[in-house]
Design a protein around this ligand. Sequence first.
Ligand code: NAP
Length: 305
Amino acid sequence: METFDTLIIGGGPAGLTAAIYAKRAGLSMVCLDPSPMGGGQIVNTYEVDNYPGLPGISGMQLGMEMKKHAEKLGADIRVETVQSVEKDEDVWKVTSNKETYLTKTIILCAGASNRKLGVPGEKDLTGAGVSYCATCDGAFFRNKVTAVIGGGDVALEDAIFLSRFASKVYLIHRRDAFRGAKVLQDEALSIDKIQVLYDTIPDEIQGDGQVNGLKVHNKKTGESQVLPVNGVFIAVGTEPNTHDWSWLPERDEKGYIIAGEDGVTSIPGIFAAGDVRTKQLRQVITAAADGANAVTSVQRYLIEH
Ligand code: NAP
């Protein structure tokens, strides 16, 4: 069985950039990604306006271009889900739902997923008015009333995007100041259809087979109300896709793999890149940079071992 120089787990911007750099460095590699489309979280973003040189590109197009680029260089990207990783003497044995691989190093680029809000009604009404992806589901809410929960970049972007379809968008934030970028705040606040409710805590998503209300209260006044909404878009951040894997390097209290810019983790031979690692800024550009850096660390590791 072939022993790869590196096996990349995840096919988002970090994993695809790692694949590009690995191929250009002449490393033997394989990249496993559970999603048939690939591209990671970015494919759910309507518009990416801060990736240098490509203003306004859709997230889907950016993700697909990165994948095409890696494949053009000969990267072997397979639609497989990693199930286990074991150390086998000097190499790692990685078992997916389809095959077993041997590899000298692993670059873990598993990314992150949407965090759940954890209120009554959320789970039961997911797919029946509750969504975590405005880009995917927004068009179903043409002329309907929607709510977006959160105060970060994603919540602001979702509210702006939904205002193109919905008759009204409540933007519900638990504090009195947004966390997201000023440029997005300015745009959201300039749209009449968007009504911001600050200091507002969501308590329950109501509905009978389909969302018809969102119960909230103001944490300063204590006042409670039910907003008559047809859709609730939850954008309260992300959590790392570290699953319940037992083989992972050290993680922080939120589950992110502890690694610096070089991707070096607490386990020699396992590197982390992109949203799955501890970092200040989780964006496409920092994920891509991580992928490049991780391959440089892999090359150094291969020389030293
Ligand atoms: P985020 O920046 O972590 O923001 C999450 C928001 O949800 C915060 O405003 C937070 O409130 C709120 N929140 C968290 N838990 C909550 C709860 N239980 N109930 C109510 N509200 C809750 O997450 P994000 O917006 O998903 O963004 C994720 C990452 O992607 C960020 O690094 C972001 O910069 C990046 N991103 C960037 C762009 C861009 O550059 N264009 C676009 C999309 C995403 P608090 O503010 O009170 O903590």
